[in-house]
Design a protein around this ligand. Structure first.
Ligand code: 13P
Length: 410
């Protein structure tokens, strides 16, 4: 259950003056380490997946593990696409379970960045999902070789930030104020005055990319000026690599599993240190209480067909599975045939939406309209269609309170 709405999570952090860590993960050891730390520190956490890292793991295969780790956690968790390459990447991430997305169009000029980001916002918001935009250039690419991709910092300007947020409707803004991705030579000089002005004018959660290498004092000053989400990766990668070298030294003929031993705990120690420093430790309970639980909605249709044979029914279903799965916010499309021969309804669709907002955006989506009008409705006779949401303990509690209020008022 503790997957929560990421916008609620970051709003809480913004209004209570702390920052949530968004830790990029590249393996199950990282996932375990981040979750061990979050539970140990009782901290809300963002599991972050950077598109540039998809060459190291199969995103589609890893996402169910990420979601399972989030759902069984005792602390609030959000799952975020970091540095998505295109609006299509955002849809892919949403449909695989991310409930926050960033498409990085900051390399484009202001007009193009605004246009692309607006497109992502329209799509994501129709799925109930918040969006992070970036303005300005944080040198390096997210990853270990940032030193080799220097480039000059392009600072976020206040005027552009105001126009960008207004025109795109982003929920969080990543700003460039002097940090760089990855390892760095020397200490970066951060422009706190610029950050302060942006924060005072925008009043939305701000994001810092390039958390590695900043001092405790720099983190404190960033957070005091509206930074609410801190992206962190290279330090974790260095710590994991150091652990592997230590394991190798301990036994030159180490097996694969022996080489990877304790990476999770080494990563956890650093993540926990960050959580305590950034003020998110100990916040889990209050965040859980204030955030919308992130639960899918099951769109269920049971139906009979008229005028087509079994082969054409299967063709229609196959086309539905193909087309409907591409609609933003659709996690899964199941088509079924009744096990019992005498069932009142022979066939079913079970389409899983990531959020209740998708009930409307799915119905109005051109791909759904075309499929429903041309292939489904003409052959579907008697049918029932219902959207179901999970009965969560919170929903039971709200219902209990609602019933109690009704009794008091009557
Ligand atoms: P670091 O690798 O410098 O911690 O930055 C991570 C990052 O910003 C990912 O988006």
């Amino acid at each position: 259950m503790p997957l929560v709405n990421m916008k609620d999570m970051l709003q809480h952090a913004y209004h209570h003056g702390y920052a949530v860590g968004a830790f990029d993960l590249v393996s199950l050891d990282f996932l375990e380490g981040i979750m061990i730390a979050a539970e140990q520190a009782r901290a809300p956490v963002i599991l972050s997946l950077a598109e540039s890292h998809f060459e190291y793991f199969d995103f589609e295969v890893v996402m169910p593990a990420v979601e399972a780790a989030a759902r069984r956690a005792l602390v609030p968790v959000a799952i975020h696409l970091d540095h998505g390459a295109s609006p299509e990447s955002a849809v892919q991430a949403i449909n695989h379970g991310c409930n926050g997305v960033m498409v990085d169009a900051s390399n484009l000029d202001f007009t193009e960045n605004t246009r692309v980001t607006r497109q992502v916002v329209d799509t994501a918001h129709a799925c109930g999902i918040p969006v992070e935009g970036e303005l300005g250039y944080v040198p390096g690419v997210e990853g270990e070789d940032a030193e080799n991709h220097p480039g000059d910092v392009s600072y976020t300007s206040l005027a552009e930030a105001k126009a960008y947020v207004e025109r795109t409707g982003v929920d969080f803004l990543a700003v460039s104020i002097g940090t760089v991705h990855g390892r760095m030579k020397g200490k970066p000089k951060l422009d706190y005055q610029r950050l302060k002005q942006i924060n005072e004018n925008l009043e939305i959660p701000l994001v810092i990319h390039g958390g590695t290498g900043l001092s405790d004092d720099q983190f404190r000053r960033l957070i005091a000026n509206g930074v609410t989400k801190i992206n962190y990766y290279t330090a974790l990668s260095d710590i994991a690599a150091k652990q592997i070298r230590k394991n190798a030294r301990a036994n030159v003929s180490s097996s694969y599993t022996a080489l990877l031993k304790d990476i999770n705990h080494a990563v956890a120690a650093e993540v926990e240190r960050c959580m305590r420093l950034w003020g998110s430790a100990g916040r889990a309970a209050e965040v859980l209480e204030r955030c919308e639980p992130w639960e899918p909605v099951e769109h269920m249709i049971i139906y009979n067909v008229e005028g087509i044979d079994d082969i054409d029914v299967e063709k229609m279903m196959a086309e539905g599975r193909r087309v409907l799965a591409t609609i933003p916010g659709v996690l899964d499309v199941f088509t079924g045939e009744a096990v019992q021969n005498d069932a009142s309804y022979r066939y079913s669709w079970l389409v899983r939406f990531c959020h209740a907002a998708v009930i409307d955006s799915y119905r109005e989506h051109p791909a759904h309209i075309a499929f429903a009008d041309n292939l489904f409705r003409p052959v579907a006779g008697k049918r029932i269609s219902i959207d179901f949401q999970t009965v969560t303990p919170a929903a039971i509690q709200n219902h209990g309170e609602h019933e109690a209020r009704k009794r008091i008022m009557s």
